[in-house]
Design a protein around this ligand. Structure first.
Ligand code: PHE
Length: 357
């Protein structure tokens, strides 16, 4: 076979092979590789062309035509394959992104306020509407605000009864140990002091917040919430205290609940009273929850002890006050019939949902 015949055969074989390969390419990447393999600088066509150089000059034009024809055929086939693969790729992309507009919308789970926080806001709002200003104090307190200024001296048994969490390696400017407040009553001290810096009583405050005691069972949690309410003015009386309590408790429970004040002892109030409401479960006829007494204890209260007023420098001849502190969890439990305090803190969504969350 002459050289030129052999070259033509090679060209023919190359064309057939390349066209078949282009048509079989699975995607544009593969097609790109094939382009390089057949038409690239070091590709198969270049390889064949090397043979053309060896031909005698008069034979070259004829083979040149064949080469051009093969080039054109390959270029055309490449373009065609490219167009097909690009169209297929676009179709797949559109398919993947297609939105079925007839599908129902996806519901997003909705969050809600925790029942304790909701209760806290409801209670605070009732006092706010009665004219009490909202105040807050720090959860990390010193012994002065949590105990001493509230007429609980160091040796007082009430200190031991408070199951206090002390904070290791932490003290205030006077070197006194720091603790997690065991009640919201220290806000009384802070608010009265602030009041005196700016002027004189009257002072009416509602102070919601977290408190801490080293305790955990069905009715006690190491962290719980209280709302402290107090008023300092001229001529404060148990009658005004009772009126505020009556209005608050009836509003919170959304019915006329009977209340009674039972003599009690708190170091920071004198006289002191525990406040009971007629049992909201049996309306006073006696049930398991009120231990057949018809009454439920809900909070501690009293007339602010003169020692407390004096500790912050309020003139006890001119002024007196009342104060009470209530446990938020307890009131929320009574309002909604929740049997176990720990339910509030376990974050079981089934419970939270039932509470309207
Ligand atoms: N601080 C008391 C407690 O936590 C409650 C209380 C507040 C009692 C104000 C009387 C007056 O137990």
């Amino acid at each position: 076979m002459s050289d030129i015949e052999a070259l033509k055969q090679q060209l023919g074989g190359l064309q057939g092979e390349a066209l078949a390969a282009f048509a079989a390419a699975a995607d544009l990447d593969e097609l790109g590789e094939l382009r390089v393999r057949y038409l690239g600088k070091k590709g198969r066509l270049t390889e064949v062309l090397k043979g053309v150089g060896k031909l005698p000059p008069e034979e070259r034009p004829a083979i040149g035509q064949s080469v051009n024809a093969v080039k054109q055929a390959l270029a055309g086939a490449l373009q065609e394959a490219e167009g097909k693969l690009a169209a297929e790729a676009a179709r797949l992309r559109i398919e993947a992104e297609r939105v079925d507009v007839t599908l129902p919308g996806r519901r997003r789970p909705r969050g809600a306020m925790h029942p304790v926080h909701k209760g806290l806001q409801e209670m605070t709002a009732i006092f706010s509407q009665m004219g009490f200003a909202i105040a807050e104090g720090p959860e990390i307190e010193d012994e002065f605000h949590n105990f001493d200024a509230l007429n609980i001296p160091p040796e007082h048994p009430a200190r031991a009864m408070h199951d206090t969490f002390f904070i290791r390696d932490m003290s205030n400017a006077e070197g006194e140990p720091m603790l997690l407040r065991t009640h919201t009553s220290p806000v009384q001290i802070r608010a009265m002091r602030r009041c005196l810096e700016e002027g004189e009583p009257p002072l009416a405050i509602v102070a919601p917040g977290r408190v801490y005691r080293c305790d955990y069972d069905v009715t006690h949690s190491p962290m719980f919430h209280q709302v402290e309410v107090f008023k300092v003015d001229r001529d404060m009386s148990l009658a005004e205290l009772k009126g505020v309590l009556q209005h608050f408790l009836s509003t919170y429970f959304e019915k006329d609940v009977p209340i009674r004040l039972r003599p009690h002892y708190f170091p920071f109030t004198e006289p002191s009273a525990e406040v009971d409401i007629g049992c909201v479960f049996c309306s006073g006829s006696g049930c398991r929850i009120c231990k057949h007494s018809g009454w439920l204890e809900v909070l501690g209260s009293g007339m602010i002890h003169p020692n407390v007023l004096a500790a912050v420098g309020i003139d006890t001849d001119a002024y007196s006050g009342f104060a009470f502190g209530l446990g938020v969890e307890r009131l929320v439990m009574l309002k909604h019939g929740i049997p176990d305090l720990r339910l509030f803190f376990e974050n079981d969504v089934r419970f939270l949902r039932r509470m309207g969350a």
